[in-house]
Design a binder for this molecule. Sequence first.
Ligand code: ATP
Length: 257
Amino acid sequence: MIEVNGLHLAFGTANVLNDVNLQVRAGQSFGLVGESGSGKTTVLRCLAGQYTHWRGEAQIGGRALTHKLDRAQKLTQCREVQMVFQDPYGSLHPRHTVHTVLAEPLRIHGMDRERERIENILVKVGLNASFRFRYPHQLSGGQRQRVAIARALILEPRVLLLDEPTSALDVSVQAEILNLLSDLRERDGLTYLMVTHDLGVVAHLCDELAVMQQGRIVETLTTDALCNGEVQHEYTRMLVDASRSYSRDMAEATVAA
Ligand SMILES: Nc1ncnc2c1ncn2[C@@H]1O[C@H](COP(=O)(O)OP(=O)(O)OP(=O)(O)O)[C@@H](O)[C@H]1O
């Protein structure tokens, strides 16, 4: 469903992506992990068409990504691929109601049955029709992220690019949103490419992952291999060890509190 071959991208003289290769099958949930600044979000932004000065080849759903999209191509791409951002507050306009947020993509794409589609999508993400009249400040962090997911899904895309979709949320709410994403994928056969720094999130939601370091993919492995400690690259091992000691410290801190 997503195929990336030899993706390179630079900002000025800084090489941010170096020969990135990825294969994500239809219906798969694929994680992209690695240290801060390793280029994870940049890969998603290239695939979402937000950066166009990359070199290499990329395809989504058999359609090659091109550097310049005309309006019709942009609309087609939006119908197929949507991105969900980390910060649900920043990504929702503070003076737009939930209805306005969800109606906008429908209007741009000339889709009918606006009210019915909005009410259905709200139920699908675990909210209800009464949320249509709320503003972002009248929603909890988890509810805001549900609205952001509803906005991404209202055009019925096949692929979601998820950029740290739970990291801005309270721990208790993170699991709810991960479960929602997992249910949605199963129900609608969606394909996910998800950036996260949290290996626990990968274990929960992904079946395969790629590990990035300094703009390169250093290892691609299954989640089972990750959980069994069957990792090849030293950097992946370091991430696993860091994640284990973080979980241990968190557990000790929680018990002590
Ligand atoms: N628009 C931009 N202009 C210049 N440099 C950029 C731009 N966007 C990203 N970068 C640089 O590209 C590198 C990769 O950034 P990116 O956001 O993809 O990393 P990341 O792995 O997603 O990090 P994080 O986990 O902190 O979000 C960083 O060094 C960043 O400073």
